[in-house]
Design a protein. Structure first.
Length: 158
C-alpha cells in the first residue's frame, strides 16, 4: 500500500514537472510572437498578423516603427564599420610602403659597402704602382726617416 502511494506521488510530480515545462515553453513562444509583432507594428498601432518570409525579405519590416526609431543608430554603426575598414586598409598600405622602403635602404647600404670596398682596393699602394708603370714616378727605396722634434718647438707653435 505504501509503495502504491509513493508511486502515485512520484507520477503526480512528473506530471506537474511536465506541465510546468510545457507552460514555460508556451510562455516563451508567446513572448517571441509578441516581440515579432512589435517589430512589424506600424506607428498607428496596427499589428500585422501575416508575417511571412516574403514580407521580411520584401522589406515590409523596414517600414515598421522599430526600424524607424533605430535608423540613425544603424546609420552610425554602418559609418563606424566603413571608418574601421578604411583605417585598416590605410594601415596596411603604410606597412607595405615601410617594408618596401626598408628593402630599398638595405639594398642601397649593400651597394655603398661594395663601392667603398672597390675604392679601397683601387687606392692601395700596389694597385697605384701598377698603374704608374709608364710614369717617371717611382717608389722610394730608402727607408722612412724620423726627424726629432724638440719640446721647445712644439710649445711655441701652440
Amino acid at each position: 500500500m505504501a509503495d502504491e502511494k509513493e508511486l502515485t506521488a512520484q507520477s503526480d510530480e512528473q506530471v506537474q514537472q511536465t506541465t510546468n515545462t510545457a507552460e514555460k515553453t508556451a510562455a516563451e513562444n508567446r513572448r517571441a510572437r509578441k516581440a515579432l509583432k512589435e517589430l512589424t507594428r506600424d506607428d498607428d498601432g496596427q499589428v500585422r498578423t501575416n508575417v511571412s518570409l516574403r514580407s521580411i525579405l520584401g522589406g515590409d519590416i523596414l517600414a515598421g516603427g522599430w526600424f524607424r526609431r533605430q535608423f540613425w543608430y544603424i546609420v552610425m554603426l554602418v559609418a563606424m564599420a566603413v571608418v574601421y575598414v578604411s583605417n585598416r586598409y590605410y594601415c596596411q598600405q603604410e606597412m607595405i610602403t615601410a617594408s618596401r622602403l626598408n628593402d630599398t635602404l638595405a639594398d642601397r647600404r649593400y651597394k655603398a659597402l661594395t663601392i667603398s670596398s672597390q675604392i679601397k682596393e683601387m687606392t692601395r699602394r700596389s694597385v697605384i704602382e701598377e698603374q704608374l708603370t709608364d710614369s717617371t714616378l717611382k717608389t722610394s727605396n730608402m727607408p722612412l726617416l724620423n726627424l726629432p722634434v724638440a719640446q721647445s718647438d712644439t710649445a711655441t707653435e701652440e
